[in-house]
Design a protein around this ligand. Structure first.
Ligand code: LMR
Length: 340
């Protein structure tokens, strides 16, 4: 109920038409010359869900219905465990996985974005994505015939469990759901927790069944999966960043007519800029809703507490440097800190 009300408010505030039901989108696609099938794992009313909906609407408008985007959200068609394979096989045309999910498929450099306490704010992330490091990372995807079409923000992640997580001692012995990132696994071990890799679609159920005790999320993902019903405490650690890379397979991209490619590229560029600008607002709105629900206690950390967590996770940076080279770490830190 609460999530549905949030969704209505967001759709109104953001000026989107109502989010379509899946059947309606699929029926409309039947009349189009080109259909682009897009799958993702989060709810429609998250920053990613809304940005991709904006993309769908822009493609529809720019092509006057000639190109249709059909979106399968919320792990309904493919989840973390099989979406990449579906893209490689051509069963889906476009994905928007989190940057963390590129490590296990052969791109450990993308785990740079997972480093704890690397970024102080969203501007630093923007500088990295728009600069040479961000562009080089996209270019690496060609190694597996993927085309990286751009980045999208969600925001900063926070820690939840059935107790406050304000100091390294609080993590000891907890089983914590993580994405399939070695950097995030190292971060949890450095804090004394036991990382458990689970697909996003399984996370809420695993928390409810106490298979895991806690997790990390931007507030928008936490709220829209109703995780507040199964976690008593949210600690606003803002320890790490969660963003996405929009990818298509080279085979799909090349077989499009040049004009269609340009149109899709334009719609996507507009939607990613729109989505990244809106993400912070969506997370703030969901945090306000979370506070108002009183289902989960929300804890602020002071500077000393954050510093202790930062200190406890320092070895994670060294661990990634050993795998991908110190130079990448030096460059991403430099790019984040660079003045504009
Ligand atoms: C997660 O698995 O926690 C996130 O990557 C989900 C998402 O796509 O935001």
């Amino acid at each position: 109920m609460q999530a549905a009300a949030t969704r209505r408010r967001l759709v109104q505030a953001l000026g989107l038409a109502a989010l379509p039901r899946l059947g309606a989108a699929a029926a409309a696609a039947g009349r189009a010359r080109v259909t682009l099938r897009l799958s993702h794992v989060v709810a429609q009313q998250t920053p990613k869900g809304l940005a991709l909906e904006h993309f769908r609407e822009r493609v529809q408008a720019l092509s006057q219905g000639d190109i249709q985007v059909v979106i399968h959200p919320n792990s309904l068609l493919y989840g973390d465990e099989d979406e990449m394979q579906a893209l490689q096989l051509g069963a889906v045309d476009m994905l928007a996985p989190s940057l963390s999910k590129f490590g296990p498929i052969g791109f450990p450099e993308f785990e740079l974005f997972d480093l704890p306490f690397l970024f102080d704010d969203a501007e630093q992330v923007q500088r990295v994505k728009q600069g040479a490091v961000g562009q080089e990372l996209l270019a690496l995807l060609a190694r597996q015939r993927l085309v990286g079409l751009g980045y999208l923000d969600n925001g900063f992640k926070h820690m939840s469990a059935n107790r406050p997580l304000l100091a390294p001692e609080d993590f000891v012995g907890l089983r914590v759901r993580i994405q399939s990132s070695r950097v995030i696994a190292h971060q949890m071990r450095a804090l004394g927790a036991r990382p458990v890799v689970l697909s996003f679609g399984e996370t809420r159920r695993a928390l409810a069944a106490r298979v895991v005790d806690g997790t990390e999320n931007p507030i928008s993902n936490f709220w829209t999966q109703n995780m507040h019903q199964v976690q008593t405490d949210m600690s606003l650690t803002a320890h790490g960043y969660l963003g996405y890379c929009i990818v298509v397979h080279e085979r799909f991209w090349r077989q499009l007519a040049p004009g269609d490619r340009a149109l899709i590229g334009q719609a996507l560029a507009e939607s990613l800029a729109w989505g990244s600008a809106m993400a912070q607002r969506a997370n703030e709105q969901d945090l306000a809703a979370l506070r108002a629900s009183s289902a989960t206690r929300v804890h602020e950390l002071d500077a000393v507490q954050r510093q202790r967590l930062r200190h406890a996770t320092r070895s994670v940076h060294e661990g990634l440097a050993a795998r991908i080279g110190e130079e990448w770490i030096r460059r991403i830190r430099g790019a984040a800190a660079a003045s504009v």
